[in-house]
Design a protein around this ligand. Structure first.
Ligand SMILES: [Fe+2]
Ligand SMILES: [Fe+2]
Length: 145
């Protein structure tokens, strides 16, 4: 699986969320490189960073959705929950792998999953927020965060 570069197409024109998405893209790419190299120490870091990301980013994005009155919020929140479940399952399999070969294979599967999920979620779900985010930019400056 290839390294994914940030593209304009991924941008919501809203830096508070775009910056977090770019950070996570770096983590996804780190996963791809580490999994291909069988670098399990970095994979451990990738799992930790993914958990950090879901904690702060999903909470942040869901708060933004509420403020812009995003109509499809429930489905989007469900997609976030599904991701949390999926990554937890990968983590569990990874931790319980019976041997090193299996563990490396699960690392590759995890990196593949992160890669596909990132592209799918950002381009099909997060992207839908873009037209509504204009509302935030039109709020008085103190509320525009
Ligand atoms: Fe999202
Ligand atoms: Fe997001």
């Amino acid at each position: 699986m290839p390294i994914v570069s940030w593209r304009d197409q991924m941008s919501l024109n809203y830096p508070p969320l775009d910056d977090e998405h770019q950070d996570f893209l770096n983590t996804v790419n780190q996963a791809v490189v580490a999994a291909n190299a069988g670098d399990l120490q970095t994979m451990d870091e990738v799992f930790e960073k993914s958990y950090d990301y879901v904690r702060y980013h999903f909470a942040h994005e869901e708060d933004v959705m509420e403020r812009i009155r995003f109509p499809d919020m429930e489905a989007h929140m469900n997609a976030h929950q599904t991701f949390i479940q999926n990554i937890s399952e990968f983590r569990q399999k990874y931790e319980n792998a019976p041997n090193l070969t299996q563990k490396k294979k699960i690392a590759v599967d995890t990196a593949n999953f992160l890669n596909l999920w990132f592209l799918g979620h950002i381009l099909s779900r997060d992207k839908l927020l873009k037209p509504y985010l204009v509302r935030l930019r039109n709020l008085p400056p103190r509320m525009n965060y």
